[in-house]
Design a protein around this ligand. Structure first.
Ligand code: NDP
Length: 448
């Protein structure tokens, strides 16, 4: 059978075993497409059915979360923890609170997390969890009651050597603190069971900034590898959450010009480039006041708000999608190509549709997949676990320098496995490098 036929055959079986899980199919197809030629050359992996086993989660825990609104009404949400693969270390991966969360979304995220964590070189397995709970419009007390109820079930399934959740969309420092408080109440002990904690109670310096900073560090390596510099590049960023805002901060520090930010309502075009003063305003707006990005445009001249639109029509050198999955489709990719984009560096997980990714590749646009370029967050989470285990705290400089060296290593691995005719296919490089390490471990463990 040809490689293409093998991929089609494998994907047919996977779709049959996991009907209707479209996001999961998309994530698996991307990885399988990269690794299949290499996999077919290795009979030992094939005999051990590594591909079939690695695409089946170790377990999925599904549970009900009941909670009470401020008015005394009862609500019930659904929550999951997908413990995908712990061949390389305790399960590790964020929790997402968003109405769009389904089992398929969490399986795609958990699957991606296996290879991302492998790429960091730290001992971490892959997992993801969350709930279809919508934190928007809820009071802090309601969010607290939800988090406490969720942890009342989740605590049985996690632990510092078992599974260590962190934040993701809708789960920031506030939610992690509520979850951690309830875990301690139930278990009566302090442990590094969650990462992304406040710095005064076991959190790591630079964890908040790590995903966004790491994305810019990766982007700089990718540009340098192809004889380009990051300074003076025009960068279009989507989102205005944790990843987007710290990517913007580091990009400004590197003298790049950030021209867009967005939220689910629309995007802002900052014609002269975002300043530190404006960024400070947006951080306060989003982190403290939980406001909308449209308010930013009202506050500053030269900032235009585009309702219900995505930022990809704005001319840029580098696009950094930092909001959510499949937020950049074929038409967006065409606009970016027409405007001369040279690189797309993913801050979010799987922000490109498969068709958009294919189009960029055909036009020679550099494309860093999230599992490589947004691995900075989980890398510093891994460092937070190490600090908790040793009961010490590293300085900001120490953590930042470790983060930079982990990102440099991930970039080098992508180059090693993705180098092709003077350029680097980062998608193939990241997938093969991440996959190989987990496959080797699974092979060594025998049939488990
Ligand atoms: P936040 O909740 O802090 O921010 C999410 C941002 O994306 C908000 O601006 C939000 O707008 C926007 N957004 C969310 N859903 C949609 C949508 N359907 N359409 C348009 N905009 C949307 O999340 P994070 O910044 O933490 O996460 C962003 C991405 O980065 C996710 O893909 C996540 O998995 C990934 N990631 C995060 C890591 C982390 O450390 N936090 C680590 C690695 C990856 P609004 O407020 O209007 O909803």
């Amino acid at each position: 059978m040809s490689t293409q036929t093998e991929i089609a055959h494998f994907m047919g079986g996977l779709r049959k075993r996991n009907p209707h899980e479209t996001e999961f199919h998309q994530a698996v197809k991307e990885v399988v497409t990269s690794v299949m030629p290499w996999y077919l050359d290795h009979e030992d992996y094939r005999k051990a059915q590594i591909l079939e086993r690695i695409t089946e989660p170790d377990r999925i825990i599904t549970f009900r979360v009941s909670w009470e609104t401020d008015d005394g009404d009862i609500r019930a949400n659904r929550a999951w923890r997908v413990q995908f693969n712990h061949s390389l270390g305790p399960y590790k991966g964020g929790l997402r609170f968003h109405p769009s969360v389904t089992q398929s979304v969490l399986k795609f995220l958990g699957f991606e997390q296996i290879f991302k964590n492998s790429l960091t070189g730290l001992p971490m397995g892959g997992a993801k969890g969350g709930s279809n709970f919508n934190p928007k419009g809820k009071s802090p007390r309601e969010v607290m009651r939800f988090c406490q109820s969720m942890m009342t079930e989740l605590h049985r399934h996690i632990g510092e050597d078992v599974d260590v959740p962190a934040g993701d969309i809708g789960v920031g420092a506030r939610e992690i603190s509520f979850l951690f408080g309830q875990y301690m109440r139930l278990e009566n002990r302090w442990s590094g069971v969650l990462t992304g904690k406040g710095c005064s109670f076991g959190g790591s310096a630079v964890r908040t900034e790590a995903t966004g900073y790491g994305c810019v560090y990766f982007c700089e390596h990718m540009l340098n590898q192809h004889n380009e510099q990051i300074s003076d590049k025009v960068i279009s960023i989507s989102g205005s959450g944790n990843v987007a805002l710290y990517a913007a901060e580091k990009a400004i520090d590197k003298n790049a010009k950030v021209v867009t930010l967005s939220d689910s309502g629309g995007f802002v075009h900052i014609k002269d480039g975002l300043t530190h003063q404006q960024l400070h305003y947006v951080k306060d707006l989003k982190e403290n006041r939980r406001g909308r990005i449209s308010e930013f445009a009202k506050e500053f001249g030269g900032v235009e708000y585009h309702h219900n639109a995505r930022p990809w029509g704005i001319k840029c050198d580098v696009a950094m999608p930092c909001a959510t999955q499949n937020e950049l489709g074929t038409e967006d990719a065409k606009s970016l190509i027409d405007s001369g984009v040279i690189a797309v560096c993913e801050g979010a997980n799987m922000p490109l549709t498969a068709e958009a990714a294919h189009l960029l590749e055909q036009h020679g646009v550099l494309h860093a997949p999230g599992k490589a370029s947004n691995a900075g967050g989980v890398a510093v989470s891994g460092l937070e676990q190490s600090q908790n285990a040793m009961r010490i705290s590293w300085t900001r400089d120490e953590v930042d320098s470790r983060l930079q060296s982990i990102i440099a290593d991930i970039h080098a691995r992508c180059v090693e496995y993705g180098h092709h005719e003077g350029r680097v296919n980062y998608v193939n490089g990241a997938n093969i490098a991440g996959f190989k390490k987990v496959a080797d471990a699974m092979l060594a463990y025998g049939v488990v």
